[in-house]
Design a protein around this ligand. Structure first.
Ligand SMILES: NC(=O)c1ccc[n+]([C@@H]2O[C@H](COP(=O)([O-])OP(=O)(O)OC[C@H]3O[C@@H](n4cnc5c(N)ncnc54)[C@H](O)[C@@H]3O)[C@@H](O)[C@H]2O)c1
Length: 399
């Protein structure tokens, strides 16, 4: 199969590596010559490192590199069977590129987008044959992350979806099929990990390092939410939250945080700028001085220092579970795919729905109702599916 990649930045380069490693002929196009050069050099480094680690042989390296051709015009993708676009996140530009691409490729070529936040329907609408368009959403770094969300648009034919699921499975990835809705699965379900943690901080309940520690130690998350936001970049993470919030017609569950907005405005973007929630100046880390420690909480029901880590973990976890349950309620994906998405796309220690079963549906409903009764905010509304399951004494996986 001949695979075309448009855009040789972070994602395009990673996807090209995945497709070439799976034995496909890959053609990579970027409007910037320097980007193509950079991508080629980055691949050389990555593959050399894989040889050092004993993961691939010299022969594998030359095969993978031999499979990739860097081209300097979109027209060079005319003989491709599948094209995955990974350019700038801008609808008008993507639509323009898709419509031009369609004039070069055959009737059968599948045209896919790696967009994180745009609707696949709106991108597909730029094509004369929109039924061939689909979302194929890889996670960063694409060669390492197992998950790929496959997102058929309303226009996509069933045949194209089947073909794409089979291709991506052949590339040794785990597919989660998602509805074309904001954030698909992962970028929707993961929002409370950041949002509720920021809220706990902003209310003055705990400082950021206590929140990070609680989720790592009690939850088994590899990184705490503030460490992770610094890693992703506060500008990027803020934009995803704001996009999801706007796309959901301002549902308060996804409300962005002023703390993160201010850090982003100040250029405290995280690791990449040397400063975020933590400082990364000389490789070492200093705690929360950029946003200050926890100011005092004005809650009437005080939480003791000993109870604080458990309180933080429970609150963030139950909000994540509620989000995952609600995604199932709205038929965004199957229960299996929702859990796979979080363990294989963002390395969660457990699937959230399996976690709900383990904690007990009554535990989830009670915790959410307690938060709702305290705040009377729509943000804390319990998903109808959890309430229904409690009434019917059901579990997500064990029935
Ligand atoms: N970075 C992530 O973590 C991530 C994860 C999943 C999905 N995505 C999505 O993948 C896409 C690419 O993101 P990225 O992080 O790789 O961006 P990036 O900035 O690293 O790379 C984008 C590349 O596209 C090129 N480009 C821009 N306009 C072009 C055009 N008209 N034709 C050809 N090339 C063009 C740029 O020169 C650049 O090299 C976006 O839609 C983004 O939302 C990103």
């Amino acid at each position: 199969m001949v695979v075309g990649i448009i855009g040789s930045g972070t994602m395009g380069s990673g996807i090209a590596q995945v497709a070439a490693t799976a034995g496909n002929a890959v053609k990579v196009f970027d409007t910037k010559k320097e980007a193509l050069e950079k991508s080629k050099l980055a691949l050389e480094k990555i593959l050399s490192r894989l040889i050092e680690k004993g993961r691939i042989t010299e022969g594998d390296k030359s095969n993978i590199q031999g499979n990739i051709q860097y081209v300097d015009s979109l027209q060079d993708l005319s003989d491709t069977d599948l094209v995955i676009e990974a350019i700038i996140e801008n609808l008008e530009i993507k639509q323009k590129v898709f419509s031009e691409l369609e004039s070069y490729v055959s009737e059968e070529t599948i045209i896919a987008s790696n967009t994180s936040s745009l609707s696949i329907a709106s991108i597909a609408a730029s094509l004369k044959k929109p039924e061939r368009c689909i979302g194929i959403h890889f996670f960063n770094p694409a060669p390492l992350m197992k998950l790929v969300e496959v997102i058929p648009a309303v226009q996509t034919s069933e045949d194209i979806t089947k073909k794409v699921v089979s291709i991506i499975t052949d590339w040794k990835k785990v597919v989660a099929l998602a509805k074309d809705t904001p954030g698909f699965i992962v970028n929707r379900v993961a929002r409370p990990f950041y949002g509720e943690s920021l809220r706990i901080f902003e209310e003055g309940i705990a400082d950021i390092s206590t929140i990070d520690q609680s989720l790592k130690e009690l939850g088994g998350f590899r990184m705490g939410p503030f460490e992770l936001m610094d890693f992703i970049g506060n500008d990027v993470n803020y934009t995803v939250t704001e996009t999801v919030f706007t796309a959901f017609y301002y549902d308060p569950r996804y409300k962005p945080s002023f703390t993160q907005k201010r850090l982003s405005e100040a250029g405290y973007l995280g690791r990449k700028s040397g400063k975020g929630y933590y400082n990364y100046d000389d490789g070492g880390r200093v705690t929360s001085q950029n946003v200050g420690g926890a100011s005092s909480s004005n809650r009437t029901e005080k939480i003791s220092k000993e109870e604080l880590p458990q309180y933080i973990f429970n609150r963030v976890l139950v909000m994540l579970i509620n989000e995952a349950a609600d995604a199932l309620f709205w038929n965004i994906a199957s229960a299996e795919d929702i859990d796979n998405a979080m363990t294989k796309g963002v390395n969660y220690p457990k699937g959230l729905l399996a976690w709900a079963d383990q904690k007990g549906i009554d535990w989830c409903v009670n915790k959410l109702d307690k938060l709702y009764n305290e705040y009377h905010e729509d943000r804390y509304r319990c998903s109808p599916i959890l309430r229904r399951m409690l009434e019917e004494n059901k579990q997500f996986f064990n029935d």
